[in-house]
Design a protein around this ligand. Structure first.
Ligand SMILES: Nc1nc2c(ncn2[C@@H]2O[C@H](COP(=O)(O)OP(=O)(O)OP(=O)(O)O)[C@@H](O)[C@H]2O)c(=O)[nH]1
Ligand SMILES: [Zn+2]
Length: 373
């Protein structure tokens, strides 16, 4: 495709190449999306408000439409890597396309952005399987794994635990037993990137047309594993480059890549901490929720209530008190962050409608007075 070719040409090519997007995970129900004048594509890269979008014919740069910005109340209303979008194609490849609509997500992984009180970060969308990576060296931490599992289980994607750096494990058998118990029904894989066949178990889990994301603390070996699957050091040598309106190039921190084997991988930036907003604690701590059915009170908090079956299990040595502490801690954190998020969205709505809270109060006063008269 040469630069400067008209949009009509791109539309025609789209019809000819409609199968190409299946390699990017397009499914039959999505192709029926009826949107005259708009082209379907998948977000493969993002750098602030600039997106790289793969369509059936070509890869374009795009920005969200003014309308989309106007109706957005928070980060979750903007596209992220992995999203399917409907866009108006640019007249030439020098220009940016306009993202008009977001196709409803099958799954979405969010976290609280670092350093801010309520800001949400949408890490990846439409992921089928989330590989939760934890290294078997000093990074090993079951409490952190519980946190990742809780967020992953709420995302709509299937979590799979990937234990990395098996060559550095000091107590492999016990670590594996503890992780298997913590993972519940989630599959557990072991990888060693230093061995020639040290990632075969992972490779066997990856299927064409399905989307995978690797999550885990910085340095656990996510990029190394993706590079092994790619069969090159592609990730290490820089990601997809996007150019802003001034022609300045930026290398994106997040990207979507199709592996030689056909699987689709979203590379996410390493996280120092995973602060939770949306989490499924009930299935992550199903041992505690099962025990809780035997508590005397329905609303038992498993702290000091009489007849608490959870505390009884701890006293009998059947439940690790650290696990209950982790459950309580995540419950409190989720409640606090949900409230913060709810307030932030309400605030954004008021600002969109009235400009500010002050203007809203003035508008309400005027309406009340009118009604009285
Ligand atoms: N011993 C050992 N080292 C490994 C293994 N896998 C990765 N490493 C090393 O661990 C370091 C971090 O690996 P990365 O792949 O960059 O980690 P990452 O999770 O992508 O880190 P971020 O990009 O910060 O999120 C590198 O020096 C790798 O060479 C392994 O299986 N064994
Ligand atoms: Zn109880």
């Amino acid at each position: 495709m040469c630069a400067g070719e008209p949009a009509q040409f791109l539309e025609d090519t789209h019809k000819l190449n409609s199968n190409k997007l299946t390699a990017y995970g397009l499914t039959a129900d999505m192709t029926t999306t009826n949107a005259p004048g708009l082209t379907i594509g998948r977000v493969v890269a993002q750098s602030r408000n600039l997106y790289g979008v793969q369509t059936a014919a070509v890869r374009v740069q795009a920005q969200v439409s003014g309308r989309m910005q106007n109706i957005a109340f928070g980060p979750e209303d903007f596209p992220t890597v992995g999203d399917w979008v409907l866009l108006r194609m640019p007249a030439s490849l020098q220009d940016a396309g306009i993202i008009e609509r977001l196709v409803p997500r099958q799954s979405v992984f969010t976290r609280k952005a670092a350093g801010t009180t309520s800001n949400l970060q949408v890490v990846a969308a439409n992921v089928d399987t989330l590989f939760l990576c934890m290294a078997l060296d000093g990074n090993f931490n079951l409490r952190r794994l519980e946190r990742y599992l809780a967020v992953a289980r709420d995302s709509g994607a299937t979590p799979v635990v990937v234990l990395t750096k098996a060559d550095l494990a000091t107590d492999f058998a016990n670590q594996l037993t503890a992780v298997t118990a913590t993972a519940g029904d989630a599959q557990v894989l072991v990888c060693d990137a230093t061995k020639v066949d040290g990632w075969q178990e992972l490779q066997a889990c990856i299927h064409p047309g399905r989307t995978y994301a690797f999550l885990g603390s910085s340095g656990v070996g996510k990029s190394t594993l993706i590079n092994r699957l790619l069969g090159s050091d592609e990730l290490a040598t820089g990601g997809i480059r996007l150019a802003d309106a001034h022609g300045r190039h930026t290398t994106t921190s997040r990207q979507l890549i199709v592996l030689p084997s056909g699987g689709i991988v979203i590379d996410t930036p390493g996280m120092r901490e995973l602060a939770i907003v949306a989490a499924d604690l009930d299935s992550t701590f199903s041992d505690i929720t099962d025990l809780a059915r035997g508590c005397k009170f329905n609303d038992c908090t498993h702290t000091r209530e009489p007849g608490c079956a959870v505390q009884a299990a701890i006293a009998a040595g059947e439940l690790d008190p650290k696990r209950l502490r982790s459950f309580h801690q995540l419950q409190a954190e989720q409640k606090e962050n949900k409230e913060l998020r709810g307030r932030a969205r309400e605030h954004a709505k008021i600002e969109k409608m009235f400009g500010s809270k002050k203007s809203m109060k003035a508008a309400m006063r005027t309406a009340k007075n009118k009604w009285r008269r």
